[in-house]
Ligand binder design. Structure first.
Ligand SMILES: Nc1ncnc2c1ncn2[C@@H]1O[C@H](COP(=O)(O)OP(=O)(O)OP(=O)(O)O)[C@@H](O)[C@H]1O
Length: 417
């Protein structure tokens, strides 16, 4: 593996730079012999019973040996099971090996974790064969094949293969002349494909689907939505109302699915080359009812036909001067000098900034006048949005922006305060 470059500063302050999560010193697998006596009161009960029963020297010695082993357990509490097991198997050799004298080992204050049911959060991946067993092998010296890039590549390759993502719906296959009561033969299945959005869902017969990755989903769908559904409907205990409710639910699901193909917003556009080498415009589409992670690139012509309003809104947004990259520059020389506000700015109506918010506003205004950056961070809901909006209003640039179409921002301010 290629070692990442870590600046000296960061390696000297690992917690600060997020190189180490816990501020606690990370302990390795060091084995430190300790005085057994400090653990006496924490020994499991069965052991102390045995001690009482066995008086002779041999038993004493055996107990001592057990304790040695237990101490190892304690000291190695942070090790994974595999290491622990291998320790167990080497118990005998440990017994025989000569104890290092206590004086030769650095003493440290230690607390027994024997009865405290602590959880071991440390995972030693390096030693865990189970984890690596099915893992891919790659050349450590090969820059391209290691780390994140490797897994990214794997994910992309997996995505390239068309598979069944979701079975959305089913309907009677009209090409079947006589129904057989066999869902596999009687129905068509509406498939959302893994490499396409819902806009490209297709109806397919079972016989076609069995060649695709994810075919199990079809089998599961048949069990859950056809066989079980029919069983409930045919059950004498099922009332008319129940069936009605099931039908309504099915309709509701279908309506909802329909919305997955409606354009809510066009997020981006790009030109790509098609198979013939021609340039083609694509839109990155956010679909109704679906999260942003399900946005997809779609042919611009097709989207323009389906959602002309969204396309024109997108074009308007592109031209809008309020986008940061299109808005006017405001060089430092043109910025007004910072003047501390000691009381509420006059433009605040129907509300009052709290003292700490006024301080925050002053601080941001100060930074802005010096063309410097800062991060306003505090607990959730203390008024960062409010302060930022007022900062906008405070300066000519903000006022201009508000005049030029940030009406919604003004409305928001009124709502917020
Ligand atoms: N000075 C104020 N007067 C009246 N209400 C206020 C004031 N400051 C904040 N609030 C109210 O507190 C709520 C949280 O404010 P705001 O959204 O600005 O906080 P935030 O720090 O941006 O929140 P988050 O950290 O969740 O983004 C809003 O409902 C707002 O109306």
């Amino acid at each position: 593996m290629v070692k990442p470059y870590i600046p000296q500063e960061a390696s000297q302050n690992p917690e600060l730079y997020g190189l180490r999560r816990s501020h606690r010193e990370r302990r390795g697998a060091s084995i430190v012999e300790s005085d057994d006596s400090d653990d006496d009161d924490l020994r499991p009960k069965k052991k102390s019973k045995r001690n009482a029963a066995a008086q002779d020297y041999e038993d004493e010695e055996e107990d001592d040996d057990e304790d040695d082993f237990d101490d190892d357990d304690d000291d190695e509490f942070m090790l994974d099971n595999k290491k622990r097991n291998s320790k167990k198997s080497s118990k005998k050799s440990l017994k025989k090996s000569k104890k290092p004298s206590l004086s030769s080992v650095p003493q440290e204050v230690r607390f027994s974790s024997r009865n405290s049911k602590q959880v071991n959060y440390v995972v030693d991946y390096e030693d865990d064969e189970d984890l690596l067993e099915s893992g891919p092998e790659f050349d450590e010296n090969d820059d391209e094949a290691n780390g994140d890039y490797y897994y990214y590549q794997q994910a992309v390759e997996a995505e390239d293969e068309r598979g069944i993502d979701i079975v959305m719906d089913h309907k009677i296959n009209n090409e079947v002349t006589e129904l057989t009561d066999e869902p596999k033969l009687d129905y068509l299945f509406k498939i959302k494909w893994s490499d396409a959005s819902h806009l490209h869902n297709t109806w397919e017969p079972w016989s076609t689907l069995k060649n695709f990755k994810g075919f199990r989903k079809v089998e599961n769908y048949i069990k859950q939505f056809i066989i079980m559904d029919q069983a409930i409907r045919n059950d004498p205990l099922t009332t008319k109302e129940d069936i009605e409710a099931m039908d309504i639910e099915r309709e509701r699901r279908r309506d909802e699915q329909e919305e997955y193909t409606q354009v809510e917003r066009i997020v981006d556009s790009d030109r790509v080359e098609d198979e013939n080498g021609d340039s083609k415009l694509q839109y990155y589409v956010k679909w109704k009812r679906l999260y942003y992670d399900e946005c997809s690139w779609e042919d611009a012509e097709q989207i323009a036909e389906r959602a002309p309003d969204q396309v024109s809104r997108y074009q308007q947004r592109l031209k809008s001067k309020i986008l940061p990259n299109l808005s006017a520059n405001y060089p430092q020389s043109q910025r007004p000098r910072f003047e501390k506000l000691s009381k509420q700015p006059l433009f605040i109506k129907n509300g009052e900034l709290r003292d700490f918010q006024l301080t925050g506003l002053n601080w941001m205004a100060f930074l802005w006048s010096r063309n410097e950056n800062g991060i306003l961070a505090d607990e959730m809901g203390l008024g960062k949005t409010v302060q930022t909006l007022f900062l906008y209003q405070l300066y000519p640039l903000g006022k201009k922006l508000l005049k030029n179409g940030l009406q919604k921002l003004i409305l928001l301010m009124k709502l917020i305060v």
